[in-house]
Design a binder for this molecule. Structure first.
Ligand code: URA
Length: 239
């Protein structure tokens, strides 16, 4: 067979394979090699199937990318925004839900609020690749409406698994939805920030969401203070 014919044959077979997957309900194929997940080749203890944390996160990412638990979100999303960063990050940031830019790019916090979050992370000498960034909801609510209680319930197990795999030393909850989901409280950020709370033995600092800071720049000082508390806690917990 000539090289040209081989390519045509390969394209035909690939098309048939993708059609079969579509008929079986597969809506997205994870892009190989573009996971935006960092990690070391550290062996895992028994019970983790001998996979590294990064491999376990990739496995979970592939599962979340097929999720149709929330009918409306699964229909309207452009991408599932699993999260990005280091699979053994000492610090995890949890936001609310992807917005337009995040949905388009498949990555968390890449819009205006994300640019501010990058500065917040860098203010304590860390980079986005050293931390892990994710959201309570992995899909964008249409028109950026608030997450619904059922959507949070549907998506929460994924966040729980992410945190189980990463085992961060400190979690930073950005805004009310992240704080209330992790801490099982109805209290607002204004009452929760400034002190550490507990999530299964992991200290949680609650602070204002970067999108709120864009609207209320006078509150930025409080977030810098919360970040300094996080830095001290990370230093205290070293190595
Ligand atoms: N707001 C969030 O809560 N998460 C994002 O990823 C982007 C904006």
């Amino acid at each position: 067979m000539t090289p040209g014919k081989k390519i045509i044959e390969l394209a035909r077979k690939t098309k048939g394979y993708l059609k079969r997957l579509e008929e079986e309900g597969v809506k997205q194929i994870p892009a190989a090699g573009r996971t935006h997940l960092e990690g070391s080749p550290k062996p895992m203890p028994d019970g983790a199937k001998g996979l590294t944390p990064r491999e376990r996160l990739i496995e979970l990412k592939n599962e979340v990318e097929q999720c149709v638990r929330c009918e409306e979100l699964a229909k309207t999303r452009h991408s599932v925004v699993f999260g990005a960063g280091h699979a053994e990050a000492k610090l995890c940031f949890v936001g609310e839900a992807p917005g337009y830019d995040e949905d388009q790019q498949g990555l968390p916090f890449v819009g205006r609020a994300g640019q501010l979050l990058t500065k917040i992370i860098e203010s304590i000498g860390l980079s986005r690749k050293q931390v892990f960034i994710c959201n309570v909801l992995k899909c964008r609510p249409p028109q950026n409406r608030n997450p619904l209680p059922d959507e949070i319930l549907n998506c929460e197990p994924y966040l729980v698994k992410q945190l189980e795999i990463i085992k961060p030393r400190v979690i930073c909850a950005l805004g009310n939805f992240a704080a209330q989901t992790l801490l099982k409280t109805g209290k607002p950020v204004s009452q929760l920030r400034g002190n550490f709370h507990d999530y299964h033995g992991i200290p949680v600092m609650v602070t204002f969401h970067p999108a709120y800071l864009l609207r209320n720049p006078d509150e930025k000082r409080k977030v810098w203070e919360d970040m300094k508390r996080i830095k001290s806690e990370l230093n205290r917990l070293k190595p």
